[in-house]
Every structure is written in structure tokens, then in C-alpha cells.
Design a protein around this ligand. Structure first.
Ligand SMILES: [Fe+2]
Length: 196
């Protein structure tokens, strides 16, 4: 069963923008909750004249989706011992965005990376961590801070190598995160990441 909070707190931070939404559990079973989220993202894309504002607008709906109990199927909750595991939940037919669930076994991590498109990530279960870096031309990614996240917490980042970060699971329990990226990843889910 998903470990999710029950009441609401929104906290804002910087680089990448970050806040926590502890939303009321939604009595909506998959796929209704996912379909509703997809409709919300489509509305945001259709109404956002400023594309830079899209990830911040997607963050709230994704945080709410992350708090939906029993959102994922047993298969979508399956991890692998040797690498973190991506499960595609939805691929927009027009290629505008992709929704993923990622399962992190203890100790698994990404490389330090930026993104080829905007991205939003929310914690569904567990206590994954994010490490933030400053990008210095000529030097690369310089460590700035590490944050242990909680269920319902959401972060977002714009495209580019100027916002390097790393997600990892330093906890002893499995962690599951939900992601939405502003591009088609149906042929290569790794195409979202730019190593820094
Ligand atoms: Fe990332």
C-alpha cells in the first residue's frame, strides 16, 4: 500500500523549484486518476503561452497523482536489482509529454544530469533523495545540497544542463517516483537525460 500523507502543506524552494503537497487521498482508482492527470496536463499545454511556466503548473497535479492510493499495478511497481526501473504510464500520441513511474531499489542512483526537456518528479512511495548541483561552465557540476524527499513531495526542472541533479535512493526501502517529461520518450526513455 502506498505510504502517502493525508493533509496539505505546500513549501516552495529554488533550483529546481520544489514544494511539497500532502493532498487528501483521492478515492479514484487507476486509470481514472491517471486519465484525469493526463487531461490536466493537456489543458496546461494548451493554455500556456509561456512554455517556461509549464513544469511549475504541472507540479501540483502530479503531486496529487502521487498521493493516489494503489495507483500502480504490481508490474508497474516492479524493480530490478541492477538498475532503477522505468515504467511508462502514458505516452502522449502527439509526443508532447511522457508519464513514467520509476522504481528505485536501495542504493540505486542516476548519474548527474540535465534534461533535454522540462521535467517534473513527485514521490509516490519511500524516501528517495535528490542531489542538486551548480553548473559552472568549464568546471561542470559542483555539489550544492542533498535533500531526502517524502511522499507527495514534487520538484521540477527546466530543460538544459544548467540545472544538474541526481536522484538516488539512500533509504533501506524501495522508493517509487512519478515523472512527467515534456517530450516523446517512446523509443528511448534515456533520451531525457544529458550527462553533466
Ligand atoms: Fe532528472
Amino acid at each position: 500500500m502506498a505510504e502517502v500523507p493525508m493533509s496539505a502543506v505546500i513549501r516552495e524552494a529554488t533550483h529546481p523549484a520544489r514544494y511539497s503537497v500532502e493532498a487528501r487521498r483521492q478515492p479514484v482508482a487507476q486509470p481514472a486518476a491517471l486519465l484525469r492527470y493526463i487531461a490536466q496536463v493537456e489543458d496546461i499545454l494548451a493554455s500556456s503561452a509561456d512554455t517556461a511556466a509549464i513544469p511549475a503548473r504541472v507540479a501540483g497535479p502530479l503531486a496529487e497523482l502521487a498521493c493516489v492510493r494503489d495507483l500502480l499495478s504490481p508490474e508497474q511497481r516492479t524493480g530490478q536489482p541492477d538498475k532503477y526501473t522505468r515504467h511508462t504510464l502514458y505516452a502522449d500520441p502527439q509526443g508532447r509529454f511522457t508519464v513514467l513511474a520509476i522504481v528505485w531499489m536501495p542504493g540505486q542512483t542516476t548519474r548527474v544530469h540535465g534534461h533535454t526537456a522540462w521535467g517534473v518528479v513527485a514521490v509516490h512511495e519511500g524516501r528517495p533523495s535528490v542531489a542538486l548541483y551548480e553548473y559552472e561552465p568549464g568546471y561542470g557540476a559542483l555539489p550544492r545540497e542533498e535533500i531526502r524527499c517524502v511522499p507527495g513531495e514534487v520538484s521540477w526542472v527546466r530543460a538544459g544542463i544548467q540545472y544538474p541533479h541526481r536522484i538516488f535512493n539512500a533509504d533501506q526501502r524501495v522508493a517509487i517516483t512519478l515523472h512527467t517529461y515534456g517530450r516523446d520518450l517512446s523509443e528511448d526513455p534515456c533520451a531525457i537525460n544529458i550527462p553533466v
